[in-house]
Design a protein around this ligand. Structure first.
Ligand SMILES: [Zn+2]
Length: 75
């Protein structure tokens, strides 16, 4: 019969300290993620979900570069 259970502090820890993306231990600098990579991934997902801004409007004109300044030698 045991009345004391020492050393069981890390037995009932919640999963709130795990990366919400991959489940690895969180890094304080990137909470609630484990690394910048996971943070970027989540941010990217959120960004895509929140906004529907295409990264590159290739379906548009296709040539978003301004026309070259041609010197008007019409004199
Ligand atoms: Zn992660």
């Amino acid at each position: 019969m045991r009345s004391r259970a020492k050393g069981s502090m890390s037995a009932s820890l919640p999963d709130s300290r795990k990366c919400v993306l991959c489940g690895k231990p969180q890094e304080e600098a990137y909470r609630p993620f484990c690394s910048k990579r996971c943070a970027d991934i989540d941010l990217g997902r959120w960004f895509k979900g929140g906004y529907s801004i295409p990264a590159r409007p290739e379906d548009e004109a296709g040539n978003d570069a301004p026309p070259p300044e041609a010197p008007s030698n019409d004199d």
